[in-house]
Design a protein around this ligand. Structure first.
Ligand code: PRX
Length: 655
């Protein structure tokens, strides 16, 4: 970590908000930070007042570390806040979702259209026997039905669990089983780089071992996708076409009265064990976090066209494609496919065509755009853009400057937003009308939040590097891990002894003289590959399921585009021999087990792995090897020769 800190310390460029932007921005008074810090509960009460409540809450916060309840006693419905209150105003005919499919098909849903569809889908779910508190799995491409399904669940109080469409049948199966979903919503396919992703076929494989699923609703993505190409059959009684169910569904669906602390959704994310964690978010706190951050970080105005490029399968898609902007009555662009299909200017074509004013994307994408060249965005009129955002991984200053120059034309502020599935909404980020930004820094916690940098022993660090901690509860924080509250306590609130009130996100960071935070990345065994969280243990568990593999150790290595890539060290069982085809088979095997995002870039076969005398694999040394560095301290190894021969092998296999 120390070399990263030194590199970042060289960065002194500062960009003040442009005057015209500042003057019109909401908020633009720096006093907001002090006011919020002086009385955080009053600040959050002010934000909560922007929502429509069925019953007012009695208390803002009930904090019994590490468990929080927000807006205690309040009742509300998320879909009413995202839809009903807009259709009572002139927003009724405003575009809510502007969708473009990868093949070029387009659909615009006004707030009225979305309201009708969500009501109907709520009724569809009820007709399938779904009740408040039941779990519904959503495994869809990036199409409007994903948002309709989420809001339809929210309308009737069902808990959705969205599973990213790139995950494998096994990953889908495990997530369905962990939270015992009753209904699965999927599609006959989705488009990615001109290919059909066979979601229904994957779902059918998963469904062989998901006894809790009673019904499957299948969206017909395009009539052009034929059975055989993307799915085998529609199973009588269990499977239903979405459009057939919707055709007869009434368009008024009574919204369920939800308690502030009723669960809105579960979203699975990787941790340090082989089993993903079902992160639990509740109704009021989550919506307050999503609504507030969308409004103040993106300075959302009535005529903005907001494009968050994240998939709804990740938390960014939940909070900033669906709930946050819709609660604000904003227009959201939704794009199904790849940024380089059919050409490398697809994003810029979309920005131009729909007049996107705010673009929110990931550093991995920005680095790819950089590599493809500035002539691609230069072909398009990007003059309507006024604000740019970045999320998901540390953005290197070079990519930040490229984004500013070639996409923002040195005119648009950039908000580098740090947060997590667990935090529910943005925590550390500039406010674009207030904060002077620096390339590579997410700057400071938003009003109402409080972060600190700590040593492992809990002492505080002023300027320098350490472990990031959030020191005050916030409305959109996770409430628990589905079915495993003890894991919640141990993972997030047990890092510092005697301080069960400190939240540990698992990230290392540095703070500079201005008090700005620079997020350096995970300090646990979780990788961030192209902005996607993958636990090393998940990949290791997948590898050792292959009959040839005796033992596996997985580490991250720096990668120019993806931030991190996966390197696996594998020892083989007796009787198996290394060759290129086994390497390719193992890569594919992991891809099939978890999903293509978890496929290792490198696999090194070795007779042994470096271990301490107590038998622990020394990942630190494996990282040194994978990144081609001089080996660190090897004195605690049981057999120091192992690591030297590994290093030689790795270098020879690479060349
Ligand atoms: O390591 C941090 C990194 O992504 C992790 C959270 O991943 P996930 O739960 O999948 O959510 C991603 C989208 C919110 C964090 O622990 N991360 C996220 N945003 C940033 C970041 N690292 C640096 N800078 C960011 N802006």
């Amino acid at each position: 970590m120390s070399s990263d800190i030194e590199a970042l310390l060289q960065e002194h460029r500062k960009f003040e908000p442009p005057e015209a932007f500042r003057a019109a921005a909401q908020p633009n008074d720096p006093g907001i930070y002090e006011r919020a810090a002086a009385d955080p509960e009053a600040y959050w009460a002010e934000q909560a007042a922007k929502l429509e409540w069925m019953t007012p809450y009695e208390r803002v916060l009930d904090w019994k570390p590490p468990h929080a309840q927000w807006f205690v006693g309040g009742k509300l419905n998320v879909s009413v806040n995202c839809l009903d209150r807009h259709i009572r105003t002139a927003r009724r005919n405003k575009a809510a979702l502007v969708f473009e499919g990868e093949p070029g098909d387009k659909r615009t849903l006004t707030y009225w259209d979305l309201y009708v569809a969500v009501n109907q889908f709520g009724n569809v779910l009820r007709s399938l026997g779904v009740k408040k508190g039941d779990r519904v799995a959503i495994y869809l491409p990036m199409i409007p039905e994903a948002v309709i399904a989420m809001l339809g669940c929210a309308r009737i109080g069902a808990i959705h669990s969205v599973v990213f469409g790139g995950f494998s049948p096994e990953s889908l199966r495990d997530r369905i089983n962990d939270s015992q979903c009753k209904v699965l919503i999927t599609s006959d396919g989705g488009y990615r780089r001109g290919q059909v992703v066979p979601l229904k076929r994957n779902a059918d494989k998963a469904l062989e071992e998901t006894p809790s699923i009673e019904h499957v609703v299948v969206v017909q993505r395009r009539p052009g996708i034929t059975s055989g190409e993307a799915f085998d059959e529609i199973k009588e009684g269990r499977d239903h076409w979405w459009h057939r169910l919707m055709r007869h569904a009434p368009i008024w669906c009574e919204p369920e009265t939800m308690d502030a602390e009723d669960i809105l959704f579960v979203l699975y994310t990787s941790g340090t064990t082989g089993k993903p964690k079902g992160i639990v978010h509740t109704t009021a706190g989550y919506l307050v976090g999503a609504e507030t951050s969308s409004r103040i970080v993106f300075d959302l105005k009535e005529d903005d066209v907001f494009w968050c490029t994240a998939d709804v399968g990740w938390v960014t898609g939940h909070t900033y494609l669906a709930y946050g902007p819709l609660a604000n009555g904003a227009t959201c662009v939704m794009y199904e496919g790849a940024p380089d299909w059919p050409e490398k200017d697809r994003f810029w074509e979309i920005c131009e065509k729909y007049g996107v004013t705010i673009l929110y994307t990931a550093p991995t994408a920005i680095r790819a755009f950089m590599k493809w060249g500035a002539h691609w965005p230069a072909k398009h009129d990007l003059s309507r853009l006024r604000l740019l955002g970045s999320v998901g991984e540390p953005i290197n200053p070079e990519a930040w400057m490229w984004y500013r120059e070639h996409i923002g034309h040195n005119r648009c502020p950039i908000v580098d937003t740090w947060w997590q599935t667990e935090t529910g909404s943005i925590v550390i980020s500039p406010l674009p009308g207030i904060t002077a930004t620096t390339p590579g820094s997410a700057t400071t916690p938003l009003p109402g939040y409080s972060a600190s940098l700590l040593h492992a022993d809990g002492t505080e660090i002023g300027v320098g590097g350490g472990l990031l901690a959030l020191t005050r509860p916030w409305p959109s924080m996770l409430r628990t891990i589905w079915g495993d509250d003890e894991r919640y306590v141990q993972t997030y609130f047990a890092k510092w002894k005697d301080r069960p009130d400190l939240y540990f996100p698992g990230d290392g960071a540095k703070r500079d003289e201005d008090g700005y935070f620079w997020i350096l990345g995970r300090v646990d065994d979780v990788l961030n590959v192209a902005g996607h969280r993958i636990g090393t243990m998940e990949v290791e568990s997948a590898l050792v399921e292959h009959p040839a593999v005796a033992e596996a150790a997985v580490v991250g290595k720096a990668h120019d585009l993806k931030g991190q890539a996966i390197a696996a060290f594998v020892t083989l069982r007796e009787g198996f021999k290394y060759d290129i085809s086994l390497r390719d088979e193992l890569r594919q095997f992991v891809g099939d087990k978890i999903g293509a995002i978890a496929r290792p870039d490198d696999i090194l076969f070795s007779a042994d792995l470096p271990k301490t005398r107590s038998g622990k694999i020394m990942r630190r040394l494996l990282r040194d090897i994978a990144e081609g560095r001089a080996l660190g301290d090897t004195t605690t190894l049981a057999d120091p020769n192992v690591v030297n021969s590994l290093k030689e092998m790795y270098e020879s296999q690479e060349s």
